[in-house]
Ligand binder design. Structure first.
Ligand code: GRF
Length: 201
């Protein structure tokens, strides 16, 4: 049984896709052991609770400094001994100690085809605004291992999505989620859980 912790900051539609896939058996041999958010009011936490998954908020403002915040985030993970950590819209630069301790066992979903539209500052709608501004005809989503840099780790899987005439950033974001993110992330977790994709180095 793969023990998975999911880290989130927002609405949690990717988290929902993972929960649904576990419940329907599309993701096999997996237990979602904890959802951790850096935002106390993240709707993702409600989604977790509604499905009987432990939901924990670890916020910067509840801690005296960045070091204490980082230590609390790491402790929230260590307590549940996850085999895999999934970043599903987690908008915090990971503490270096977390990357070191869980190296090869942290994956992230990015809403573009890396190496396009990634790195510092490319998150949320900004990614899709940049794709439209550049005029690309194809974008998509990428699941990758997390290293120290932003969006720099080895690529695990990518899925392309067409950009259509008249797209707004919001419309494109929705299409990328529906046609790529919500499919790709559960697929990769299932591959890890069933041993088709080896993690941990
Ligand atoms: C997704 O687009 C994800 O790729 C990005 O942040 C967004 C999170 O959305 N990193 P949600 O919270 O899963 O709905």
């Amino acid at each position: 049984m793969l023990r998975v912790a999911v880290m989130v900051s927002g609405g949690g539609t990717n988290l929902q896709a993972i929960i649904d896939a576990v419940e329907s058996g599309k993701i096999r041999d997996t237990k979602l052991v904890r959802v951790i958010s850096n935002k106390a009011d993240a709707y993702a936490l409600t989604r977790a609770k509604e499905h009987g998954i432990e939901a924990v908020a670890v916020t910067r403002k509840d801690h005296a400094d960045k070091e204490a915040f980082h230590a609390a985030l790491l402790a929230a993970l260590d307590e549940v001994k996850p085999d895999l950590v999934v970043l599903a819209g987690f908008l915090v630069v990971l503490p270096p100690e977390m990357v070191q301790r869980y190296r090869g066992r942290i994956i992230n979903i990015h809403p573009a085809l890396i190496p396009s539209f990634c790195g510092d500052g490319f998150y949320g709608l900004k990614v899709h605004e940049a794709a439209l501004a550049r005029g690309v005809k194809v974008t998509g989503a990428t699941v990758h291992f997390v290293e120290e840099g932003t969006d720099t780790g080895p690529i695990i899987a990518q899925k392309a999505v067409e950009v259509l005439p008249g797209d707004t950033p919001e419309v494109l974001q929705k299409r990328v989620m529906e046609q790529a993110e919500w499919i790709l992330l559960p697929q990769v977790i299932d591959e890890i859980a069933t041993g088709r994709l080896k993690i941990g180095g």
